[in-house]
Design a protein around this ligand. Structure first.
Ligand SMILES: [Zn+2]
Length: 140
């Protein structure tokens, strides 16, 4: 059940194509704050690309592409979903042999989904909460 392995990279690996190569080169400094925010999303919680984008000042699409193409997103990248808690269809694990079902993994972490497949809104970490949590985590 506990696949929250330390040192295992989750959720983002270089895909066959890298749609936003320029994103990586033009915003090298932009991935670090995104990573810090992704890292504060604990098991059982979720946030959206848009929330992270709002905090770091990038378009949501850029965050989506980042997670899809980044090679070193922290544990928690699989907890970043689309607006409203909808799982991203483009999601894949960093390990190509990892065939776990994203929904099952998230449910295993304690997150619940409604009949429409949307994540529990009470477990949503919004753009106003993320910076506070990042600060708390940094202060630990
Ligand atoms: Zn990343």
């Amino acid at each position: 059940m506990d696949r929250d392995g330390v040192g295992k990279s989750w959720g983002c690996s270089p895909g066959p194509h890298r749609p936003l190569r320029s994103f990586r080169t033009t915003s090298r400094g932009g991935s670090r704050p995104a990573h810090e925010l992704i890292a504060v999303v604990s098991p059982g919680y979720w946030t959206s690309y848009g929330d992270i984008a709002k905090v770091v000042g990038l378009p949501a699409l850029g965050i989506g592409h980042h997670v899809a193409s980044c090679e070193d997103c922290p544990d928690g990248a699989h907890r970043v979903m689309m607006q409203g808690g909808v799982r991203s269809e483009g999601f894949h694990w960093a390990d190509p042999e990892d065939d776990r079902d994203l929904l099952e993994v998230l449910q295993g972490e304690g997150l619940t989904f409604d009949a429409a497949g949307k994540a529990d809104p009470s477990k949503h970490l919004s753009s106003s909460q993320l910076p506070t949590m990042r600060m708390q985590k940094a202060g630990q």
